[in-house]
Design a protein around this ligand. Structure first.
Ligand SMILES: [Zn+2]
Length: 269
């Protein structure tokens, strides 16, 4: 219930959750707790919001686990579900079906693998995960495609970019047609939209506040350089940054300077 990762059907709960026990996450303060998708359907409902034309947010309320919402990108070549959530109910299925179903699912990193197998089966869609994070998959399935390298084109104008950072296979999605053709970046929390929405940040662990090395952050910016984007959609509703490209550049500069800056000594009296 803390990370929202679904495990394969079993009569007993798993002894451990590898995602929670990793140093990037944590076991809930009252100890590990488990639920089922059926229980979740009784306690939570879909929270669906239009983000911009051809981009729909798919979340749930009240917030569950990490609380991210997924994004449905509609393209002429077929729809792509970006990231995933644990809940899958009739309203979510009907919403996606009404927009033409799914040609593919792609997920930024293991914290959002959630109920990927359920979503894949509901829409008969392959799931694209970066091969560098293969070890974190808790429920294997034949529909999963492990892609390798630094970029993978899902459809014309829909490109997965492996930036690394938070996870070795940390991936973002570049959608060229978004923002009326000025480009959009769907960033999960690989490029994290922060509270001051002129900025983004980059961390190895968000809950435990473990930063990334300067070289890793610089490498992420370099990998994004060829791709124009006017807006970044982060992992939660409302986490949106305009002037996306400039925000990434200045945020990385600030981050690297903060890692290396030695603050002046307080002047003595
Ligand atoms: Zn994460």
């Amino acid at each position: 219930m803390t990370c929202g990762t679904q495990y394969a059907p079993a009569t007993e709960p798993p002894a451990h959750c590898a995602i929670c026990e990793d140093e990037r996450q944590y076991v809930g303060w009252d100890g590990q707790q488990w639920t089922t998708l059926d229980e979740l359907r009784g306690s939570h409902r879909a929270d669906i919001r239009e983000e911009e034309p051809a981009l729909t947010g798919l979340g749930c309320e009240p917030s569950f686990a990490i609380g991210q919402r997924a994004l449905l990108v509609e393209t002429p070549g077929g729809n792509v579900l970006w990231d995933c959530i644990t809940l899958l109910d009739d309203e979510l299925v009907a919403t996606v079906a009404a927009r033409g179903g799914l040609a593919a699912i792609a997920i930024s990193h293991p914290h959002y693998y959630s109920s990927l197998v359920e979503w894949s089966r509901a829409f008969d869609a392959p799931v694209y995960l970066h091969a560098a994070d293969r070890q974190w998959l808790q429920r294997p399935d034949p529909a999963i495609v492990f892609w390798e390298g630094d970029a993978h084109s899902l459809e014309p104008g829909v490109t997965l970019l492996r930036l690394g950072g938070h996870f070795a296979g940390g991936t973002v999605l570049h959608w060229a047609a978004g923002q009326e053709g000025r480009g959009v970046l769907l960033s999960g929390d690989i490029v994290q939209v922060v509270s001051d929405r002129r900025w983004v940040s980059f961390m190895y662990s968000y809950p435990n506040l473990i930063p990334l090395p300067a070289a890793s952050v610089s490498g992420m910016v370099d990998a994004l350089e060829p791709y124009p984007f006017a807006r970044i959609y982060g992992a939660w509703y409302g986490r949106v940054v305009d002037e996306g490209k400039a925000a990434v550049r200045r945020s990385a500069e600030r981050y690297v300077a903060s890692l290396t800056h030695v603050p002046p000594r307080a002047s003595s009296v």
